[in-house]
Design a protein around this ligand. Sequence first.
Ligand code: KIV
Ligand code: NA
Length: 279
Amino acid sequence: RKPVSIHTLQSLYRKNEPITMITAHDFPSAHVADHAGMDMILVGDSLAMVALGMEDTSEVLMEEMLLHCRSVARATKGAFTVGDLPMGSYEICPEQALESAIRMIKEGRVKSIKLEGGKEVAPTISKITTAGIPVLAHIGLTPQRQNALGGFRVQGKSTASALRLLEDALAVQDAGAFAVVLEAVPAEVAALLTQKLSIPTIGIGAGNGCSGQVLVQVDMSGYFPPGRFLPKFVKQFGNVWAESLRAIQDYKTEVKSRAYPAPEHTYPMPQAEFSEFER
Ligand code: KIV
Ligand code: NA
């Protein structure tokens, strides 16, 4: 397929066709997402938890993001790639943010970057976009600020906070963001923001009135052990962990019983040659 560009995304938006986005954290997870025809692939800093086993996203380093971005970029032929700027790589000043964004493009090999925040990051977004790097904004629940938000909670539930969200959305749009992620926002608020903006909104826990949707791949595909907490907005479309568990258990059983490897899995040797060898 033809690689998705900023123009492809704008044309989907104009046609009111939902934009599909999913996270990937390595070569195989990007390969399958690209093969499925996702419009966008995000190397989210959620890889801290889903790929590196960390408690939260605040621990992941720029170098780790770059390594994973590169492996995702190698597998992605069609989708438009986005690299998440990790916490600490963009907050100090717009210059620091631009430096980090440039590393994402040059070393991470992604096509654009995402960063969290509203009004207060507008100068940062404008600095990065002025350098020709597309920026995906992210407002509402911003996990990098979970300590300040008091945990993972829905944003924009009161009139006042919905108004702040609208201000943030307009500010990141005016700063030049090509789209904005709305995370954990009431569906009505997200739909209204989508109407008021002239750039696409990508929802996660923000209802179906957005211009597109994003989910974390391991969540939506069920690639996690039973009992893990899933936010309300996640729909589990598969059970990859169970399938992987079944396959590995079957392998184990067949090795223990010597059912595997069977003759069809082995390299034959001509009988005459073997007789000679055996003597
Ligand atoms: O890190 C991530 O996966 C994200 C998406 C959930 C938007 O930021
Ligand atoms: Na993220």
